[in-house]
Design a protein around this ligand. Sequence first.
Ligand SMILES: Nc1ncnc2c1ncn2[C@@H]1O[C@H](COP(=O)(O)OP(=O)(O)OP(=O)(O)O)[C@@H](O)[C@H]1O
Ligand SMILES: O=P(O)(O)OC[C@H]1O[C@H](OP(=O)(O)OP(=O)(O)O)[C@H](O)[C@@H]1O
Length: 208
Amino acid sequence: MKLTIAMPKGRIFEEAVELLRAAGYQLPPEFDDSRKLIIDVPEENMRFILAKPMDVATYVEHGVADLGIAGKDVMLEEERDVYEVLDLKISRCHLAVAGLPNAKAVSVAPKVATKYPNVASKYFREQGEQVEIIKLNGSIELAPLIGLAERIVDIVSTGRTLKENGLVELARIQDITSRLIVNPVSYRTKDQFIDDMVERLSAVIGES
Ligand SMILES: Nc1ncnc2c1ncn2[C@@H]1O[C@H](COP(=O)(O)OP(=O)(O)OP(=O)(O)O)[C@@H](O)[C@H]1O
Ligand SMILES: O=P(O)(O)OC[C@H]1O[C@H](OP(=O)(O)OP(=O)(O)O)[C@H](O)[C@@H]1O
């Protein structure tokens, strides 16, 4: 039996590889420097696919990957039909509302720019505030600076991007870490393999 794991390219990747290696998985040097999108590791009976972070849960939901590593932000935004089985406690950051300090209050439906329209809509609905969501794909902090939106909902890690652009955090929405996610069918059919991985990773994270 073989396990296929969807890995997020980008900033989570390195930490995820480090975690898997610490859990005893022998991952070849291709994981350190390669443009390959599929890496087979026959010694471990594993295949890794390298996807955009926002797409990891899509591969897992459709069953082309048994497992995946995805940010909690992606899980909240995408609401995919997958099981979240372990908090890997890597790539720690948080989702926040931010804006210019002392910005004037706009009376009707202020604009909120974000890469996370579902998370933002839900948050403001819960706050009882009517807003207009504007979806952007990156450089979210630009929106209030240039007048596209009054506020943003985005990831904050060190806070450097907000600070260097003269923005302030107005509300903290949720803490974010990366999670191990599993396809529901794989969870039944490959349970031993998956349980073993969860156990080994938990031991490294310090949860066992
Ligand atoms: N400072 C941060 N900014 C954005 N994401 C972060 C940060 N710190 C940790 N993360 C996590 O990393 C994931 C995003 O990774 P990354 O920025 O590599 O992908 P991306 O958003 O698709 O970037 P790009 O579109 O620039 O390639 C998020 O889902 C989040 O869980
Ligand atoms: O608090 P900080 O440590 O500054 O990190 C937060 C910033 O990092 C991310 O952007 P990213 O670098 O992924 O670029 P993007 O705007 O193109 O998504 C995020 O969207 C914030 O802009």
